[in-house]
Ligand binder design. Structure first.
Ligand code: ATP
Length: 232
């Protein structure tokens, strides 16, 4: 078993006991996700059937193992059942994605995230009981479309009817306290954060007065925040 590990430190059981995540599939999405988790202090067991990828990431991840995640025996030997959180980052190999997700449920992993590359793929993952299905390409495409269209500096949609946008304040919002701007009544959006040049974001309050060069975060229904960020 131990020869599967590309790092000398051995036990995934010990790894599973602390803040840790299994990432299965180390393609572009899985790799970025795993590296980001490691950078933020989480221990990661990365699994991929491609030995070249495993070799490449062996010094970057806490543990990196070459294995076929559609094999229940392989997952059990790696101690995957000991983890509370796992991500299935396999996209185009839909059969492998579904088999892996289903095995993780069988093994009793509490929180499973899975990447879907189509609505049908996502629906089947949900039917398997995967509660966190993400559509990275679809979601990024929508987000970039919003950025391309307007003056938005960033766009995040949490629910169909709630989004947040980073943008520049239009002229009419400058020089008066937000409580006097009637922005919520007239435009249906709320300023939630403000950033002065070279400073960090802070919460906006009724007394906040915006100036040229400030950046704001607004929230509201997507159409409203979109329209508001078009104003000059
Ligand atoms: P990307 O994140 O690069 O867009 P993708 O959506 O095209 O990836 P796939 O190519 O299907 O997804 O898989 C991503 C990774 O998962 C690949 O590195 C692949 O080797 C790995 N993978 C696929 N099937 C299995 C499996 N059965 N066991 C382990 N790893 C697998």
């Amino acid at each position: 078993m131990s020869d599967l590990f590309h790092r000398k430190d051995p036990s995934t059981r010990r790894l599973a006991a602390i803040d840790s995540v299994v990432v299965i599939g180390l393609g572009r999405f899985g790799r970025s996700l795993a590296l980001e988790l490691v950078a933020s202090g989480t221990e990661v067991l990365g699994i991929d059937c491609d030995g070249r990828l495993v070799q490449e990431l062996s010094t970057e991840l806490t543990h990196c193992v070459q294995a076929d995640s559609t094999s229940e025996d392989a997952l059990r030997q790696l101690g995957v059942q000991e983890f509370d959180r796992a991500v299935v980052a396999i996209g185009s190999h839909i059969e492998a994605s579904l088999l892996t997700a289903s095995l993780l449920k069988t093994l009793g992993v509490g929180q499973v995230w899975a990447k879907a590359i189509s609505e049908a793929h996502g629906r089947i993952l949900e039917q398997l009981g995967i509660s966190h299905v993400v559509y990275p390409e679809h979601e990024m495409g929508r987000r970039v479309a919003h950025l391309v269209k307007g003056r938005m500096l960033d766009f995040i949609q949490f629910e169909p009817d709630y989004a947040m946008v980073k943008t520049l304040p239009p002229e009419g919002l400058l020089g008066i306290p937000l409580s006097e701007s009637r922005i919520r009544r007239q435009h249906g959006v709320t300023v939630v954060g403000v950033k002065k040049p070279d400073q960090a974001f802070t919460h906006a309050t009724g007394e906040t007065v915006l100036e040229e060069g400030d950046t704001i975060i607004i929230s509201g229904v997507p159409r409203a925040v979109e329209r508001y960020s078009e104003l000059r």
